[in-house]
Design a protein around this ligand. Structure first.
Ligand SMILES: [Zn+2]
Length: 285
C-alpha cells in the first residue's frame, strides 16, 4: 500500500512539474522578442571593393554574401517586415498577425547611414530575388538627412539623396526611418540641440516623401547614432518617434521583453559569413 501511494505521489509530482514547464514555456513565448533584427551599413562588390566604400570598410558587406544570406532566408520562408509591421505585430501587438503570414518567420533587415551603394547594388538584387522567388522583400533604411542634402547640393555621390529614397520606396523595397539629422552622438547633448537632431531629421525625410502614399510611415522610428543613449535621449526620442533601435545588442537581450525604445539589433560586419548570419536568425526564430 505504502509503495502504491509513493508511486501515486511520484506520478502527481511529475505531472505538476510538466504542467509548470509547459505554462512557463507559453508565458516565455508570449513575452519574449522573437524577431531577429539585423543592422548593416554599406554594400560593396567583392570584385571591386573600393568602388563604393562607406566611412568604415569593416562594415561594408559584400553583395555576393548578402545574396547568399537572402536566398537562405527566402527559402526558409522568412517574412521581411517593415519597421511599422514589427511595431504593430511584435512590439506593441496592437494587431493580430495576418493569417497569410502565420506560417512565416519574421525578420527585419536594416541599413544605417544611407549609403548610395544601396541603390547601386541592393535594389537590383532585391528586384532579381523578388522575380526569381515571387516574394515581397522589404528593408529599413535609417537615414541622416544632413548627408542626403549635402549629396544633393555638392554633387557628392556617397550618400542617397531624396530622389534615390523615393525610387526605393516606389519600388516597394525601402522603409525610410530616421538616424538623426547629422549622425552625432545624442548622449550628453544640450536639450535644444538634441531636439533639433530628432525633429529636423523627421521633417526633412517626411518632406521628401510628402506626396507619396507611404508618407504616414516615414521617419516615425529611430536608430540611435553610435548606439549611444541614456534616459534623457530615450525620453526625448519617445516624444517624436514610436520606437528606438540599438545596435550590436547582445543576443541575451532577445530573451527579455523588449523596451520599444531600445529594440535590440544584431550588427553585421564585413567578415560575418552568410551562414553565421543565418544561424543567428534561426537562433532567435
Ligand atoms: Zn550610423
Amino acid at each position: 500500500m505504502k509503495l502504491l501511494n509513493g508511486r501515486k505521489y511520484l506520478i502527481q509530482g511529475v505531472l505538476i512539474v510538466v504542467i509548470v514547464i509547459l505554462i512557463s514555456l507559453i508565458i516565455i513565448q508570449q513575452v519574449t522578442f522573437q524577431v531577429p533584427v539585423f543592422a548593416l551599413h554599406g554594400i560593396i562588390d567583392r570584385e571591386q571593393p573600393k568602388k563604393w566604400p562607406s566611412r568604415a570598410n569593416y562594415l561594408d558587406y559584400t553583395i555576393q554574401d548578402l545574396e547568399t544570406f537572402l536566398e537562405k532566408l527566402i527559402q526558409d520562408n522568412y517574412w521581411f517586415l517593415s519597421s511599422q509591421e514589427l511595431y504593430d505585430y511584435f512590439i506593441i501587438k496592437s494587431q493580430p498577425i495576418p493569417s497569410e503570414k502565420q506560417n512565416n518567420k519574421p525578420i527585419l533587415l536594416t541599413f544605417d547611414d544611407g549609403y548610395k551603394s544601396l541603390n547601386v547594388y541592393l535594389i537590383p538584387l532585391l528586384e532579381k530575388l523578388e522575380k526569381k522567388h515571387n516574394v515581397s522583400l522589404k528593408v529599413v533604411l535609417f537615414i541622416n538627412p544632413k548627408f542626403m542634402e549635402e549629396s544633393e547640393s555638392r554633387g557628392k555621390v556617397k550618400y542617397l539623396n531624396c530622389d534615390d529614397l523615393r525610387e526605393g520606396i516606389n519600388q516597394g523595397f525601402y522603409d525610410i526611418q530616421s538616424h538623426g539629422l547629422t549622425h552625432r552622438t545624442l548622449k550628453g547633448l544640450d536639450n535644444k540641440v538634441l531636439t533639433t537632431e530628432l525633429i529636423e531629421s523627421q521633417k526633412i525625410l517626411q518632406n521628401c516623401t510628402a506626396d507619396l502614399p507611404q508618407n504616414d510611415t516615414i521617419a516615425i522610428h529611430f536608430a540611435y547614432p553610435y548606439n549611444q543613449l541614456d534616459e534623457q535621449v530615450e525620453t526625448e526620442t519617445a516624444k517624436y518617434y514610436l520606437s528606438g533601435y540599438g545596435y550590436n545588442s547582445k543576443l541575451r537581450n532577445f530573451l527579455f521583453m523588449p523596451n520599444k525604445m531600445r529594440i535590440p539589433r544584431i550588427g553585421v560586419s564585413h567578415d560575418d559569413s552568410p551562414e553565421t548570419l543565418f544561424k543567428l536568425a534561426k537562433f532567435v526564430n
